[in-house]
Design a protein around this ligand. Sequence first.
Ligand code: SER
Length: 316
Amino acid sequence: MKNILVLGAAGQIGSELVPYLRKIYGNTAVVATYRSTPLIPQIMESGPCENMDALDAKIMFDVVKKYDIDTIINLVAVLSAVGESKPTLAWKINMDSTLNSLEIAKEIKGAVFLPSSIGAFGPTTPMDNTPQDTLMRPTTVYGISKVAAELLGDYYFLKFGVDCRGLRYPGIISNVTLPGGGTTDYAVEIYYEAIKHKKYTCNLGPGTFLDMMYMPDALRSLVELMEADPSKLKHRNCFNVSAMSFDPEMIAAEIKKHIPEFEMTYEVNPVKQAIANSWPNSMDHSAAQQEWGWKPEYDLKTMTEDMLRILTPRLS
Ligand code: SER
């Protein structure tokens, strides 16, 4: 990666990925794009930014040419829960941004990063230690778009030599920009509410196990995959990656160790619960380990310590 275009830089991952990449590759080498949600000031002030629509291939191509881009990271997406209320919009946004990225990468002989998700799996997938290569019949429009994007990524690699690689991210926990419209969002909100109000109403029920990852691991995994020796990659789109698996009871218990007054109650959201029930409890990420050396750094304990250390002074 030399000159990198980050689409969807105002979102949960983009807000932290752009500063992370600028530190490694240089401020001017990372172009942040956004549409309606403004970028955080740190991104606006530290390097090139473009207000553009990732669904407009011509504008994207002009931006790619302007900055001599060789790698496109497409973080534009409508997440799982919102996708269920706006399925046609979710499909259009998720697929058109993917197709435009791949088409332009083909034109410039560049690389593409595609984020897939635990949402690419479905109720017929083995739930525990979900294999890298397994049955994928998701039942959300988000998941269907992710499987389609994975297949397209491999198609563009095999057919046109586009260096497309991707990760099946679990729920990502972070403290800069809140996620929006996902099923795993509770695991971020819980920290904010625990600090502010010492209580949280959880919209997923006890026993709902899902894979999760702390943002620093998510950022590092992306760079490690994109910089991996291509001759070692047997898979491309996309690798299972995980760092931990927990249910609401476990994260609440971990928070209680630091905030003993913290109380959690449940008000299950049936749409989110049905989505979560269709996703793996825990993924096997041994292909990522073997092919490019993936190793998470944070677990539930160390992530909770870090989240509370960062958020407590900010929210109190
Ligand atoms: N975090 C996403 C969601 O919950 C899953 O990739 O929709």
